[in-house]
Design a protein around this ligand. Structure first.
Ligand SMILES: C[S@@+](CC[C@H](N)C(=O)[O-])C[C@H]1O[C@@H](n2cnc3c(N)ncnc32)[C@H](O)[C@@H]1O
Ligand code: SF4
Ligand code: SF4
Length: 360
């Protein structure tokens, strides 16, 4: 159990700090729809959410409230690197959306670094792969949960039938294009780790190294206790030793890829302990990191626990607003001490260490 921050520090909202000076990092879940149906997805599964009336902050693959391309482009036009340094474009599946190319071009024109997070299948389209490399995006993260196609496809469900093979084809296509152009774009893999695939970490790392990628990141599956897969997949204190051993083996495997950040790995293991989780003082969430949802709403970070704690007057929208307003110095100077640290946000520490991957 996390100690209540409110109990110990009743006047938190009144305390302010100096605003950070550099541009912020933004995780932008650009679109809701997706061609896959991953069973653990943060966005839920369509069957569960189709009839649901969406509450602010709730994610779903239904795209009816997604911000328009026009609204996204108008917002991007107001960005400068001083306001926004780096944007991670995710979703849903961002590369399925025809608006992705104008969005990337606009971000690059505003001087913003771009990292594209994709399920990988769209990368098999040689035209799209060429456009992405030519656009000069800094990095492309591809999700793959195992070297074992059956394991991957059991959880990352593709009703279209391509599944793991389609992702691997996408990785090969984008790596070949990048190499052919001698482009600087880094290409890497994000593997969701559950209690079912800890033993896959090392073989998966070797497999993707063989595909010629530049980095390999693991992230713990995050499922709320009420999720139907929580007791099947979630990592607990019982998995601490096995995950710790896999991490040691990974970091000493001598692979020529960038591996997860050390502080991040330590914190990931910390989330498996049965000790109370720490309060994070001056967290980057809300200062150096923001999360934009497909409907354009802006939150301190993607954690569902943090989002639930956020009152309606505390979040902004990009629609009709400028970056200088949404990421104002005043907003970024708020007190960001946070009691919501969990497996649902620990991967933000890796994201905030992305210079280790891009600046090499
Ligand atoms: C929501 S997806 C969006 C981008 C793209 N569709 C993809 O799958 O890479 C971003 C990342 O979150 C991961 N992810 C989704 N649901 C998750 C969960 N419940 N716990 C941990 N990671 C999750 C995905 O595997 C992916 O690496
Ligand atoms: S591909 Fe990404 S967005 Fe789509 S269901 Fe899987 S994790 Fe969710
Ligand atoms: S939920 Fe996690 S990442 Fe978000 S503000 Fe809190 S501690 Fe930071």
């Amino acid at each position: 159990m996390i100690r209540s921050l409110r109990d110990s520090q009743p006047a938190l909202d009144e305390r302010r700090r100096d605003a950070p000076t550099g541009g912020t990092t933004v995780v932008w879940a650009l679109r809701s729809p997706c061609n896959l149906r991953c069973r653990y997805c943060y966005f839920g599964t369509l069957d569960e959410t189709t009839e649901v009336v969406l509450q602010p902050g709730a994610l779903s693959h239904v795209g009816r409230t997604d911000a328009s391309l026009k609204a996204c482009l108008a917002f991007i036009k107001t960005m400068t690197p001083h306001l926004v340094n780096r944007v991670f474009l995710a979703g849903g599946e961002p590369l399925m959306w025809p608006g992705i190319e104008p969005v990337i071009d606009a971000l690059k024109a505003s001087g913003v670094q771009v990292v594209v997070c994709t399920n990988g299948q769209p990368l098999a389209d040689t035209r799209l792969a060429a456009a992405l490399i030519d656009s000069g995006v800094e990095a492309i993260c591809v999700s793959l949960d195992s070297h074992d196609a059956d394991y991957n496809d059991q959880w990352r469900v593709d009703r279209g039938g391509r599944g793991w093979a389609g992702v691997v084809e996408g990785i090969k296509t984008i790596v070949a294009r990048r190499n052919g152009e001698a482009a600087s774009t880094k290409i890497g893999i994000y593997m969701v780790v559950s209690r079912e695939n800890i033993a896959h970490i090392i073989p998966t790392a070797h497999f993707v190294a063989g595909l010629g990628v530049d980095y390999f990141i693991i992230q713990p599956v995050s499922l709320e206790p009420a999720h139907q897969l929580h007791s099947t997949l979630s990592l607990t204190v019982e998995h601490y030793e096995a995950l710790g051993e896999a991490i040691s083996a990974l970091t000493s495997a001598g692979l020529s890829m960038c591996l997860p950040n050390e502080v991040y790995l330590r914190l990931m293991l910390r989330t498996l302990s049965d000790e109370p989780l720490p309060i994070i003082r001056e967290c980057f969430g809300g200062r150096d990191l923001f999360f934009i949802q497909p409907d354009g709403s802006v939150w301190d970070c993607p954690s569902i626990y943090k989002i639930r704690q956020t009152r309606s007057e505390q979040y902004e929208s990009i629609v009709g607003k400028s970056a200088s307003r949404v990421f104002s110095r005043r907003r970024r100077a708020r007190n960001t001490d946070c009691s919501c640290f969990s497996q649902d946000c620990v991967n933000m520490w890796q994201l905030m260490a992305f210079d280790e991957i891009i600046v090499r």
